[in-house]
Design a binder for this molecule. Structure first.
Ligand code: SIN
Length: 179
């Protein structure tokens, strides 16, 4: 496996797929094995507030699972920006990234484990959807985070049952309120 040098591959599986507020040298769809995407992390600083955290995604270990997202090759200096952006419980983890062209390279993934203070963990999907519907923070509404993520996964032709079920529950609730 090739190691990263002055440039690093970053793997994004949440907002890093659709909100690319950093320069990059190249990007490619990629996946990592042994992890699933879950709306189990609390957000105090982006999609919620300290007294009313929103729910955003993290990766949770699961044998035989594959999580698809987007990889970016970035300069070293971008890491400081990403460390700040992901400071609410996420830590850098090095993991093998699988690219669609067959390459496998080591990359950096921001993962929020159950040991961080903002971690919320599992809940019934209907509760997670309701939580997302009522939350908002400095980066915008929590709904927007979920809807953008679902849309960007569709654009990548990625099926993610957890994300798409939450999107369906949220849209059903929003449509009921509107009618
Ligand atoms: C990521 O996108 O890879 C990390 C989680 C997030 O910022 O939504």
């Amino acid at each position: 496996m090739a190691l990263t040098g002055p440039h690093h591959w970053i793997f994004g599986y949440g907002s890093l797929i659709y909100k690319v507020d950093f320069p990059y040298l190249e990007s490619q769809p990629a996946s990592i094995s042994g992890w699933v995407r879950r709306f189990w992390q609390g957000s105090h600083d982006h999609r919620g507030l300290p007294e009313a955290p929103g729910r955003v995604v993290t990766l949770v270990p699961e044998v035989d699972a594959v999580c698809h997202g987007m990889a970016y090759r970035v300069e070293d200096s971008v890491l400081a920006h990403l460390d700040f952006r992901e400071k609410n419980g996420y830590q850098r983890v090095l993991a093998p990234l699988q690219f669609t062209d067959g390459r496998q390279l080591e990359g950096i993934v921001y993962i929020a484990t159950e040991h961080n203070e903002a971690y919320l963990g599992d809940a019934p999907l209907s509760e997670i959807a309701a939580h997302i519907q009522r939350s908002a923070g400095p980066s915008g509404t929590n709904q927007e985070y979920l809807l953008h993520l679902a849309e960007s996964l569709r654009q990548l032709a990625v099926y993610d049952e957890h994300v798409f079920e939450l999107e369906a529950l949220l849209l059903r609730e929003t449509n009921q309120e509107a009618s």
